[in-house]
Structure formats: C-alpha cells, structure tokens
Design a protein around this ligand. Structure first.
Ligand code: AMP
Ligand code: MG
Length: 637
C-alpha cells in the first residue's frame, strides 16, 4: 500500500503511441516502467496513473495537464514520440505545459545513452516542471525507455524532494546521489541535514524569521512521511517506564511489571456449594438427627457422626466425616424444638453421592497458578483475582504524567463568556478526559496564546511538570502556527517529523527534548478538533501504552462492510463511522459514515465509534462502493 512507503513518490506513466492506442500493438514499455518506478531499491514510487494516448499534441497535453494540475503527481514519465518521425510530438506537447525546463536531466540521460549507441543523438527528450510535477520524456522502445530511466533515476528522488519542498531530505539525498556514480547532478549544497531514515532533526531545518510574515515559506519545509513510519518513530522514542509498588485499591488500569502467582489455593478448605445439610453419602435417604450447624465464616471443629446431619450454608467448611451436601430443597423438617429455633430431625429425600455439592481444596485455583504476567492491564477481574488470594500490593509500571495544552488566541475557556471572534476550547477537555479514562495522571497546562514567548514559556512549564506533552493547534501553515518554530528553534528540541501523509492530521508533529535531565516527548497535534482526536488516538495512545508497559499497544482493526459509496482522497484517510454490531449479515459489522467529514465537525466524532482506514485514491480505485469490506479502527464499543 502506498501509505506504507517512506516519502511516497506518486508516479504517472503515459505511453504515447498511435499503434498501442489503437490496440494494434501491445504496450510493453509502460508496464515495464511501472515495475522500474516501483522498484523498492530504486525510486520506490507508487504508480497511481497509467495511460495510452496517440501521437497527438492535444491528447498528450490533456493527460499531462490532468496529471500535474488535478492529480498533482510528483513524476510523469512519458514513453514514446521523442524521435524524428512525422508524428513524434511528445517533446512539443511536453514543452507546451512546462513552466520550467530541466535540461540537465535530459542531458544526463542523453550522455548515458550515447555510451551505448550513437543514435541516441537523435532523441529529442524534454524534461521539466509544471507546478509540483516533474515530467520526463523517455524513448518509446522497451530497451531505450528502460536505459534512459536508469540514467535519470538516481536524480529523480532528489529532484522530487526539491519540488515537494522536502528540503530536509536534500543533503542526505545529495550524499546518496554522490555515492551512485558519475551521472550525479549536483543541484543543491549547503542545505539542512537529516538522517536518511526519516528522523528529521529540525534543529537543522532552517525556519524563517517568524516576525517576517511576508517572507514565510508558502509550502511546508517538512517532509511528509507515511503513517507507519511516523508511528514507528514515535514508538522507538517511547521508553517503557520503570516499576513501582501499587496498592490494588489504586491499581485500576495500571499495567503489571512482574509475574504474580497464587500464594494459596482456592478454596483453601473444602466448602459447601449449597445451603442444606452435610451428610455421609452412604447413609442414603431417610430421617436424620440434626447434630449442629455450620455457617459460612465459622470454622468450628465439627465432626459428623454416621446417621446424623449438620446444617450447613453455602461457603461453609465441610465438617470432618461428611462427604456430601444435600440441598435444603431435597429435605423436609421432621421435628423442631425451642419454638422453631432448633431443628431436631429432618428427612433426606434424595440419595446423595459422595462429593456432591462440595468444592474441594484448590478446585477454583491451585496454589502457584499464574495470575497475571508483565504487560497485563489490571481491570476489575484481575484486581478481584489478586484480592481473592490476599495480594494487595503489585509492581506496576510507572505512568507518564501527561501535560495537555491548547494553543490559539481565539480560544476561550468553556466556562467564560465568548468574546467576538473566539471559540470555546474543546480539545483540552477531550484529551484530558481520554487520559482520565486510561488512568493516566494529567496536568492541565491551559491555553497558550499565539506568541513565541508565551508558547515557549507554556511549553517549558509543561515540560517541567510532565513526561509527555500534548498540544493542539499552531502546527500548520498559518502565520500564527508557531509550534514547530518554538520547539525546534527556541527549545532546540529534536523534531522527528512535522507532517504525515494522512487525512485528517497531516501537520502532526513529534519532538523529543532533554529538559531538567529527563527526556520529554512532545506531540503537537493539529487544532481542528477531529484532527486532534484522530491523531491523539493513533499516536499518543500507543505511545502512552508502551510507556505504561502494555503488552497490547495498538488500536484494534477489524473488517467492516461499508454502507455508503465512499470517495477516496489522495491521502490515506480515516473517516468517522458508526459500526452497527446488532445486525451484521455475516458476522461483519455494518459501517455508516457520520456525514460531512470536515475536520472541524466534532459532532461527526461524537456519533462515531470507529474510523474507517481508507486507502489513498488511485486510478484503479477512485472510490469504494457500498457493500465493500474495509478496515476499521475501533475507538469504542
Ligand atoms: P490551528 O491548527 O491552530 O491552525 O487550528 C485549526 C483550527 O482548529 C482553527 O479553526 C482553530 O480555531 C481550531 N482549534 C484550535 N484549537 C482548538 C481547540 N482547543 N478547541 C477547538 N478548536 C480549536
Ligand atoms: Mg491556532
């Protein structure tokens, strides 16, 4: 799936050929280029569009325009129509849509090809840029197109990163390119560094002076990384916290850090399953003297004599000499005394068998049985089980303290009067309440206004009080979106990523930094309430679960059947949906989306109990029809 790839390059392959377009010849170059473009040891792209057009300027141009302007592909490879024949017009069509030419790319291919054949000189290949799309003309033959692609390929990722504004990747790529041989084109130097594994160190990404609003970049300077890579970076940075001893009364939802075995057996003594009479089974039915009574909680040293019974209650110890219990319903009174306060004799109506209605020692739980293992979350059944064997203290992982902060000049506390132009802060209480549900200690850091100084102060204060800090707002492209700047420039935090290829939640940012001798984890989530909640669930929760020692880290994914026709987005999208568990046709829950998915619409979240994990749109799959099976992330039941 495209989303699994790092720095995904979305590629279109256009075959230009009269004969192929009339189906008089089979297109071999197009499918071969697809294979090459998707080769993970090379460009590692995803071919999201393919097409065959005749050698006509209008058809070529139309496709190039659609793929660059509408589909916003990163790279278009054309194959065919670059020669000297009458109808060869691919370079002309390409030129007519280019905003900038990239002659170096054409040259590097030509130079490579000339080493193989002098006829390469007859190629008229054109390369260049339209908007954010790089367009490269390749020859039409299978061999030629493969060779020419091979010569251009080492430079392509580099060029595409530049176009995407992924400046952080440039220097690393520059080095990789330099290692690939003489065809390398040195395009950029003196740019910020980044580890080639996506651990982008934002201290080295240059931020503009935030005061100079007119000079701010109009495209994000942060690379967009796939969801899986982002999650991995977060998890790799989440330490499992050490353990502490916790009283079981305070241990709800805590995670055990040790094996706990039963120190005793349950029941610890033979006891009665029923209210009735302890008997000797071999005495059989008939009238018996009632010797005494044994009630639960007493442990008198009673001994049953043959021909007698002892009245007994559920849970009471079985007297010595007794080997069965006859329930009271299977008996009748024969004689009473003391005005009904005493039973003298009863009739046993049934024929007891030895062992009947007696729980032997250890029949519920044997001493030494494993009760919980490291990673177990203590829920009510676990706490009850520990209590049942007298364990009151258990070693649990420490919980991270999580500071929650909203940012934005427009935010007002829900308890206050709403000034004009303001909205109520709903994110903070949502996050704090989610943490409360998990029994994670929280610090309410309040609302930070949109100034560098205030944001810095609030973040530092939050860092002093917490292990993990979650902020919402201030991470996208607005002039007041200061979080990335403050974190990387002012706090000198290591910014691991600043954008993720998902919807909603693209500007989600994750940093770590040392503060007062400890490593702090910093999630800056987007401000729109739905984006905030979705990314909180996807990234913050698994991180906290890892820190708290949970064995089970990730949100549960199940297959569901969609009840609507769904349009796919170019990004992998999480759509809010309501799962109907009641009326699944074949055991698969039915999923209805919760209406308009705009990320400010909090009510779409309120109505949802799951997120549909939808793949990015492709030519092969532009929509998901009603009735299809898709994956859903279960948020609650
Ligand atoms: P930002 O990410 O700061 O650009 O905010 C994006 C949108 O989310 C804006 O419309 C904000 O007003 C809104 N928003 C930001 N923070 C909150 C919050 N704490 N509660 C509700 N809405 C918010
Ligand atoms: Mg804001």
């Amino acid at each position: 799936m495209a989303s699994a790839k790092r720095n995904t390059v979305r590629v279109g392959i256009l075959t230009v050929s009269d004969t192929c377009s009339r189906k008089e010849a089979v297109d071999k170059s197009g499918p071969n280029l697809k294979k090459l473009a998707e080769d993970t040891s090379g460009l590692d792209g995803v071919v999201v569009a393919t097409g065959i057009v005749p050698d006509e300027i209008s058809s070529i141009k139309e496709t190039l325009l659609e793929w660059s302007d509408v589909k916003e592909l990163d790279l278009i490879l054309t194959t065919g129509g670059t020669g000297f024949a009458d109808r060869d017009v691919t370079p002309e069509a390409t030129k007519s849509v280019l905003e900038k030419e990239a002659p170096g790319l054409a040259m590097v291919m030509l130079m490579g090809s000339l080493k193989i054949t002098p006829l390469a000189v007859l190629s008229r290949s054109v390369c260049g840029i339209r908007k954010k799309t790089l367009i490269v003309n390749l020859p039409g033959s299978l061999k030629g197109s493969q060779e020419w692609f091979g010569f251009a390929q080492p430079s392509l990722s580099h060029a595409i990163q530049l176009l995407k504004g992924e400046r952080a990747c440039v220097k690393a790529t520059h080095k990789e390119l330099a290692d690939t041989g003489p065809q390398t084109i040195n395009m950029v130097s003196n740019l910020p560094t980044v580890s080639p594994h996506g651990h982008h160190n934002c201290q080295k990404i240059r931020h503009h002076d935030v005061e100079k609003v007119a000079r701010r970049p109009r495209d994000s300077i942060y690379p967009v990384i796939p969801f899986k890579d982002a999650l991995k970076i977060v998890m790799d940075n989440a330490p499992v916290l050490p353990s502490e001893v916790v009283d079981i009364k305070d241990a709800l939802a805590r995670v055990v850090a040790e094996e706990v075995k039963a120190p005793i057996s349950l029941p610890p003594f033979r006891n009665s399953i029923k209210d009735g009479y302890a008997v000797l089974a071999s005495d059989g039915p008939g009238v018996r003297q009632v010797m005494n009574d044994a009630t639960a909680g007493d442990a008198p040293d009673l001994e049953l004599l043959p021909g007698h019974v002892i009245r007994i209650t559920t849970g009471a110890p079985i007297p010595k000499g007794a080997d069965a219990v006859v329930q009271v319903e299977d008996t009748e009174l024969v004689e009473e005394a003391d005005d009904g306060k005493r039973e003298v004799s009863v009739r046993i109506l049934s024929t007891p068998t030895a062992g009947q209605d007696i729980r032997p020692i250890g029949s519920d739980l044997q001493e030494g049985t494993m009760l919980v293992i490291p990673g177990t979350k203590l829920c009510p059944p676990e706490l009850g089980l520990l209590a049942s064997v007298g364990i009151t203290k258990v070693k649990c992982h420490r919980r991270p303290v999580v500071g929650v902060c909203s940012t934005g000049n427009e935010l007002t506390e829900p308890s206050e009067k709403l000034p004009p132009g303001h909205i109520y802060d709903s994110n903070r209480i949502t996050m704090l309440a989610t943490l409360l549900e998990l029994n994670v200690p929280t610090v309410d850091v309040g609302i930070a206004p949109d100034t560098v100084q205030a944001t810095k102060e609030v973040l530092l204060k939050a860092a002093s009080q917490s292990d993990v800090i979650v902020t919402t707002g201030g991470v996208s492209m607005g002039e007041k979106d200061l979080l990335k700047y403050v974190l990387s420039e002012e706090l000198k935090a290591t910014l691991h990523f600043g954008r993720i290829f998902i919807k909603p939640g693209k500007p989600t940012t994750f940093c770590t930094f040392e503060h007062e001798g400890a490593k702090k984890l910093f999630f800056s989530l987007p401000g729109n309430p739905v984006s905030g909640i979705v990314t909180f669930n996807h990234f913050v929760l698994p991180c906290l679960r890892r820190m708290m020692g949970h064995a089970d880290l990730h949100l549960k994914r199940i297959k569901v059947r969609v009840q609507d026709d769904l349009k796919l987005d170019p990004r992998p999208e999480f759509q809010r949906a309501l799962l109907d568990w009641q009326s699944p046709e074949d055991g698969v829950p039915l999923a209805s989306t919760t209406g308009n998915q705009i990320s400010s619409r909090l009510i779409s979240m309120r109505q949802a109990n799951a997120l549909l994990a939808l793949p990015p749109r492709s030519d092969e799959q532009p929509t998901i029809p009603k009735g299809s099976l898709v994956e859903a992330v279960v948020l609650r039941l």
